[in-house]
Write a protein that binds this ligand. Structure first.
Ligand SMILES: *Cc1c(COP(=O)(O)O)cnc(C)c1O
Length: 456
């Protein structure tokens, strides 16, 4: 197809929108390892999880055989307010780079939460409401997930209690205010409200908190409050299932114009956007129908795939959540303060971990100053001000496009642009003022993080 025939933005008609989520695990030969009970190390059953998670979400989490889950009507209707997300042909970036490569990105920043997280938040809130629950608890680091969940809970009339990592709470007051606008209650973590919070504060007075610690508080609160459950914005397979909407829309739009990507790139924090974007393409690959290159991009300050271990680990600092087999830096690992809050998790989704271990996907780590340089380059030609997390994918997409310039190959590159960076201007400021550093953990620091691995 001639270049001009592909529009800058490929939209789908309402009638072309996906009506079911795709569960990649159903087509994988090597399934991800099951969740284990942190105390007994036995395989988790639905009943073991029922006190903490919503029933339907547990069913989705444990189901590795059903390929398609129909999306309930109320969720489809909510999606219609901000989806389809545009699939953009980055003509301007291609021109600027003088590359023969064809670059596409799927933009998920077109909603108030500013990221893809709303895709799963609305699903999780819906199932909580259907179960007759009163409210949900969660943690948030950078704030995108807390915002998305607040929006979703407001829509379905649920209480929303967010434990926000204390440093973010203090550094990002506007994020907090957006959540409160949507009716959520926001508590800086660690707090005196929970046993685990009080314990952490006694051991580490003055700590700025961490994601693992906020998770522990949110789980504790949900399990001892009547009518509440805990919900999580990444890492779990149910979240990746909901995020498959990203990949399904992308594939439908590309198929419409006969475009097939050669390489698909996404940033990886807990793995939900990457897993969602690649799902239908990886499905074709594991079924032997087509081949693609997949690249996970992570910060060199928190390199779960590229320097972590593939073992069972705790998902939280308090060690109360189920154990997952994943690429991990250890629940003891404390990443250096970085400007990509959404990528600071020590572990990785178990499905992506298995795919990576099977050699079906590649991973690279990149330094933050090069990420911000790419973000700025992108913003200046494509207009969108990207989130620092998303910019990890931009950086590697640009690198791939420049390789094509050298070799003259006309590859088609697709990447996930997960969100906007309006709440990250302090980080952009540090970059502009030359005050941003490129911290890379030493081998000793990594070894220390892995000290408290469970013995399985
Ligand atoms: C949370 C977040 C991420 C990383 O989370 P994943 O679960 O790995 O997708 C990436 N980009 C943005 C904008 C985010 O908010």
């Amino acid at each position: 197809m001639k270049k001009q025939e592909i529009p800058y933005k490929i939209y789908l008609e309402e009638s072309e929108l996906p009506k079911a989520w795709y569960n990649l695990r159903a087509d994988m030969k090597n399934k991800p390892a099951p969740l284990l009970d942190p105390a007994t190390h036995r395989k988790m059953q639905a009943k073991d999880l029922a006190g903490v998670f919503c029933d339907e979400l547990i069913r989705q989490e444990l189901d590795e055989d059903t390929a398609y889950f129909p999306i309930p009507e109320p969720i489809l209707n909510f999606y219609k307010m901000y989806r389809p997300a545009p699939l953009v042909r980055a003509y301007c970036l291609e021109e600027k780079l003088q590359t023969p490569a064809k670059i596409y990105y799927k933009f998920e920043g077109n909603n108030t939460s500013g990221s893809h997280k709303l895709n799963s938040a609305i699903a999780q809130a819906y199932y909580a409401k259907e179960q007759g629950l009163k409210g949900v608890t969660t943690e948030t680091g950078a704030g995108q997930w807390g915002t998305a969940l607040s929006m979703a809970c407001a829509y379905f009339g649920l209480d929303c209690k967010v434990y926000m990592v204390k440093v973010s709470y203090e550094q990002k007051p506007f994020r907090r205010e957006v959540m409160r606008t949507y009716g959520a209650s926001v508590t800086p973590s660690p707090s005196m409200e929970t046993e685990v919070g009080r314990k952490i504060l006694a051991e580490h007075p003055g700590t700025g908190g961490s994601l693992g610690c906020a998770i522990s508080e949110a789980v504790e609160k949900a399990s001892n409050t009547e009518g509440y459950r805990y919900v999580l914005g990444s890492v779990l397979n149910q979240v990746m299932l909901h995020q498959s909407i990203i990949g399904l829309e992308t594939k439908a739009a590309m198929d419409k114009y006969g475009v097939k990507p050669d390489v698909i790139i996404g940033c990886a924090g807990g793995g939900s956007n990457l897993g969602g974007l690649i799902a239908p393409f990886m499905g074709e690959k594991v079924r032997g129908e087509a081949d693609y290159r997949f690249i996970a991009v992570e910060p060199s300050s928190c390199p779960s795939f590229t320097r972590g271990k593939y073992v069972y680990d705790y998902c939280d600092t308090g060690m109360i959540c189920p154990l997952a087999k994943m690429y991990t830096l250890g629940s003891n690992f404390i990443p250096a303060p970085s400007h990509s809050g959404g990528l600071r998790y020590h572990g990785m989704n178990s499905t992506l971990s298995q795919l990576y271990d099977d050699g079906l996907m590649e991973a690279v780590s990149v330094k933050q100053t090069e990420v911000f340089a790419a973000a700025e380059q992108f913003a200046r030609v494509e207009g969108i001000l990207p989130a620092p997390e998303s910019s990890h994918a931009i950086k590697v997409a640009i690198d791939e496009a420049l390789k094509c310039k050298e070799t003259g190959e006309e590859k088609t590159i697709l990447f996930g642009l997960t969100g906007t960076g309006y709440f990250d201007m302090m980080s952009y400021e540090k970059f502009h003022d030359g005050k941003m550093n490129d911290y890379v953990p030493t081998e000793e620091e990594l070894a220390k993080g892995l000290e408290k691995l469970p013995q399985i």
